[in-house]
Write a protein that binds this ligand. Structure first.
Ligand SMILES: CSCCC(=O)C(=O)COP(=O)(O)O
Ligand SMILES: [Zn+2]
Length: 212
């Protein structure tokens, strides 16, 4: 006899479908090169659906999505979750309203993470597109996106993310030479934030290029 699953498998199927659609689109846009990137959605108050480690995200299918608890442990599966699972579960554990976390490695994100690492942040100032971030209702003002040093030890990165989250409302951060984390209350909002980060980072890179 199998013990019953500790989550709603119907809900998991629904989230998996949503992940497949969006992740494949991001893969086809070239934002997930060489099996990079990882993606998750909140399943309930203790579990998240997350991509299996090492899979080709542009060809994501049902068997590439698994369940973890908020300590990052696989639930009812032998599959290995994303190497960066703890960066996802940290956000779900911290804020009930976070429903989706998207991590990508686009060229723009990776170049920007290198260029702005010495300052420790990228500043977006007076862009109309700042209104794409939840809670922002005007182009006026500055939004600082943190850039953290890369590491293979997520437990080293987590306290830095935690500190940044305590100081300001935040919808994403960069990791140096690595990529971008963005999140939202649901998939459409996380996707909007991800696209806004991509566009604004591209603007900042372009401005620097034109000034040279
Ligand atoms: C080949 S990409 C290196 C790992 C990484 O940064 C990433 O986003 C993908 O890791 P995962 O374990 O989630 O496949
Ligand atoms: Zn990564």
């Amino acid at each position: 006899m199998h013990s019953p699953l500790p989550y709603d498998s119907q809900h998991l199927r629904q989230l998996t479908g949503e992940l497949i659609t969006h992740v494949r689109e991001l893969g086809h846009a070239g934002w997930t090169p060489a099996t990079s990137s990882n993606f998750s959605m909140r399943l309930d108050e203790r579990h998240a659906a997350i991509t299996v480690s090492g899979r080709d995200k542009s060809k994501l299918c049902e068997s590439d999505v698994m369940v973890v608890d908020f300590d990052g442990r696989p639930v009812a599966t032998e599959l290995r979750p994303s190497a960066e699972t703890l960066l996802h579960t940290q956000l779900y554990r911290r804020a009930r309203e976070i429903g989706c976390v998207l991590h990508t490695h686009s060229l723009v994100q990776t170049v920007a993470s290198r260029l702005f690492a010495p300052q420790g942040h990228v500043r977006f100032e007076d862009y109309e597109l700042q209104k794409a971030f939840a809670g922002n209702h005007t182009h006026q003002g500055a939004i600082d996106v943190p850039v953290f040093a890369n590491t293979q030890d997520m437990r080293e990165l987590m306290p830095k993310v935690e500190t940044a989250l305590e100081t300001r409302p935040m919808w994403g951060y960069l990791i140096e030479g690595h990529g971008l984390y963005a999140w939202g209350r649901d998939m459409p909002e996380a996707r909007r934030h991800l696209e806004a980060f991509e566009f604004l980072l591209a603007c900042e890179l372009k401005i620097r290029e034109l000034k040279r």
